[in-house]
Design a protein around this ligand. Structure first.
Ligand code: PEP
Ligand code: MN
Length: 370
């Protein structure tokens, strides 16, 4: 059972103390508080864990500071959407707001290689008014002989360059618990010129110990990629691991499924599930057109497949786009064939805006506002 408290309930108030005292006396039930800090208000939810079947909604509704009571299923307890009235999970990180109402593009390098390439990328982003990027330092590779990423050695100069070009959030994959500490230390050592969204890649979606470690992270948000060969339900449960450990600043990423049914794309594009994830959960939803498509193939209308699938995800309500660019894709150490060129950044962003406007118009039409 979930108790949604009145907005901005003060946890030190008399009413809240009375509520928690009452809940503490319920036998075999544990009350866990979860707060969502939005721009305008702080929402407090109290999860009652245990056998709540004997509790009456009316009794709970009458308790001090309680605004709504919702019976919830076991699934996706914190991240799930148990009631249409529940607000989407919203968080602000380093000045950037994430929610099911926003849209951010994270264009950047699949893997950090040289300072020159990183700087060219970041300068191009700044010219386009972008404040987010992707930069892989720890790369999970299929072959042990392939480039594994520069690791912690590149973090100081990547963060400094990000600060120089006004980048506020970098999506960066971690494949081991120690990487979280390395990133935190490098941010501190460089004076926090930027922020990092920890990315859990598709190969690690069910690496439960990594999920628990990232779930204990008190500040940095997480981009959790869907597992490439497991059900959506299994991937959403993986996201819940993060929240159950305390970190509910989670964006859920669709990146295509491994299957030859998607040929000639690298993965079978699954962006039709953007609205499904938004319905089942309150997480912002990311799409990764680059790792879905895996090439620079172009349709007869002149648009790259990467642009077509991006538009498909955005017109369905996606909240984040993670996309590979590179100043010299032929020199990229990872995934060059799917990277877009820097002169394609402006047209790509314009195309995203067209799809976003179309999405917002579609929602307005449905709500009878057009
Ligand atoms: C990536 O985004 O760099 C990546 C490796 O993606 P995925 O985990 O989806 O394969
Ligand atoms: Mn890649």
């Amino acid at each position: 059972m979930l108790l949604i408290l009145e907005p901005n309930t003060d946890l030190d108030s008399e009413g809240h103390r009375q509520l928690m005292d009452y809940l503490a006396r319920l036998p075999n039930i544990e009350a866990r508080i979860h707060q969502v800090h939005g721009a305008e208000q702080t929402l407090t939810e109290v999860y009652l864990v245990g056998d709540t079947s004997a509790l009456s909604i009316a009794d709970m509704q009458a308790l001090p500071t309680v605004e709504q009571v919702v019976r919830i299923s076991e699934e996706y307890r914190i991240l799930g959407r148990h009631d249409p009235r529940q607000a989407s999970l919203e968080f602000v990180y380093n000045g950037v707001r994430f929610s099911q109402d926003e849209l951010h593009v994270f264009a950047g390098l699949c893997a950090v290689d040289t300072p020159q390439h990183v700087e060219l990328m970041m300068r191009a982003l700044q010219e386009q008014g972008q404040v987010c990027t992707r930069m892989g330092a720890y790369k999970p590779r299929t072959s042990p002989y392939s480039f594994q990423g520069h690791g912690k050695a590149c973090l100081p100069w990547v963060f400094e360059l990000a600060g120089k070009y006004g980048i506020r959030v970098i999506a960066m994959e971690v494949t081991h618990e120690s990487h979280i500490r390395e990133i935190r230390e490098a941010l501190q050592a460089t004076g926090n010129p930027t922020g990092v969204m920890l990315q859990i890649g598709t190969r690690n979606t069910q690496n439960f110990e990594l999920l628990k470690a990232v779930g204990r992270e008190p500040e940095m948000p997480v981009l959790l990629k869907r597992g490439f060969g497991i059900t959506l339900e299994e991937s959403l449960n993986a996201a819940e691991y993060l929240a159950s450990e305390g970190n509910s600043r989670v964006v859920f990423g669709l990146r295509g499924m491994k299957s030859n049914m998607g040929d000639p794309h690298r993965n079978f594009v699954d962006f039709a599930q953007v609205p499904v994830v938004r319905r089942l959960t309150r997480m912002p939803v990311c799409i990764d057109p680059s790792h879905s498509v895996g090439s620079r193939d172009r349709a007869p209308d002149g648009l790259l497949d990467v642009m077509h699938v991006t538009a498909q995800g955005v017109i369905a309500g996606a909240n984040m786009v993670l996309v590979d660019f590179h100043p010299a894709p032929e020199k990229a150490l990872v995934d060059g064939p799917q990277a877009l060129h820097l002169d394609e950044l402006a047209p790509f962003l314009q195309d995203v805006s067209v799809a976003r406007e179309a999405y917002l118009r579609r929602v307005a039409l449905q709500q009878g506002k057009c």
